[in-house]
Ligand binder design. Structure first.
Ligand code: ASP
Length: 322
């Protein structure tokens, strides 16, 4: 994969957490912690992106990621364009590249892209102009780097460490870009007890997630866990999903109050959303005292501000004088 950093080590693009060092991740998390504001406080308003234009191109559904990239850009002073499957000319047959070139002609500086095709963000990096950046907002099942960052930020805010933590990721790991990015970030930051918990058909292939332990029984996988991250079953990425029985899945892999007792007493319960209550998680747990699910959403805005600000600093060095 192409380097996401420029010659000075500045963040140029963000399409994967692979290849980013512990220092690079920590730098982004520190920046994001600065931007964090809690509900009820005034949001951070800055000028880090003043004069810049960001195009959010979402060709797969999104609530949290899309809204938070939009807010993040505006709160740092950028102009933000939002296009999605319905509103862009891609429905009229325009290619992705023609859409990109059209928006580049309008002085777009940063493309935030979510697409169901693996390889699309890297393809765009190869084709955008030299002064333009690409951020992935979710690439097929492959990666979701800002979700990985917001997940580790949420863990850091509560635990203040990564080494020595037992983290269980539970559910449809095979089709999850979140699991791939969050696992990568955790391992880079020093978590060695990483557990993948899923029915055998939803575990990823053996070559992926090296260093993680695999469990097909939930009670074993979450025993003593400090963090449990629940995942949705990604039916949209399965050829056949009709034979999945939600009630049976919940009995075997759903997180309810009884199962939660198997985890550490101060366990954090996480979920990237959207949640299917009663399928992978009970409402009692999702809304209970261990849940940090809404904090993850809050941190999502801060992380996206941090990534945009880091990229803006890199692009500013490349700007042509008037
Ligand atoms: N929102 C996350 C994603 O875009 C998780 C999910 O859809 O289940 O991958």
């Amino acid at each position: 994969m192409r380097s996401q950093l420029d010659d000075h080590g500045g963040l140029r693009h963000l399409i994967s957490l692979d290849g980013l060092s512990r220092e690079a991740l920590t730098g982004l998390l520190d920046r994001a912690e600065n931007y964090r504001r809690f509900p009820g406080q005034s949001a951070y308003e800055g000028r880090e992106l003043a004069g810049m234009t960001i195009a959010n191109l979402f060709f797969e559904p999104s609530t949290r990621t899309r809204a938070s990239f939009d807010l993040a850009g505006r709160r740092l002073g950028a102009h933000v364009i939002n296009l999605d499957t319905q509103s862009s000319s891609r429905v009229k047959g325009e290619t992705m590249l023609d859409t990109i070139y059209t928006l580049e002609a309008m002085n777009t500086d940063v493309f935030v892209i979510r697409d169901s095709e693996a390889g699309m963000p890297e393809f765009l990096i190869d084709h955008v102009a030299d002064h333009v950046s690409v951020i992935s907002a979710g690439e097929a099942h492959v990666s979701h780097p800002t979700q990985g960052l917001l997940d580790v930020l949420t863990i850091r805010c509560h635990k203040r460490r990564f080494a020595g933590l037992a983290v269980a990721i539970v559910g449809d790991i095979k089709h999850s870009r979140v699991a791939r990015s969050t696992a990568r970030a955790l391992q880079t930051l020093g978590t060695s007890d990483l557990r993948l918990v899923a029915p055998a058909p939803l575990l990823p292939s053996e070559v992926e997630f090296s260093g993680a332990q695999r469990f097909i029984h939930m009670d074993d996988g979450i025993a003593g866990a400090d963090v449990v991250m629940m995942l949705r079953i990604q039916k949209e990425r399965m050829a056949q999903s009709a034979d999945l029985d939600d009630a049976q899945y919940f009995r075997q892999f759903g997180l309810d109050a009884r199962r939660l007792q198997r985890c550490a007493a101060d366990v954090l319960v996480m979920h990237p959303g959207p949640m299917n209550r009663g399928v992978e998680i009970s409402s009692e747990v999702a809304d209970g005292p261990h849940s940090v699910i809404r904090e993850q959403v809050n941190n999502g805005v801060a992380v996206r501000m941090a990534v945009l600000a880091a990229i803006a600093a890199t692009l500013t060095r490349k700007r042509k004088p008037l």
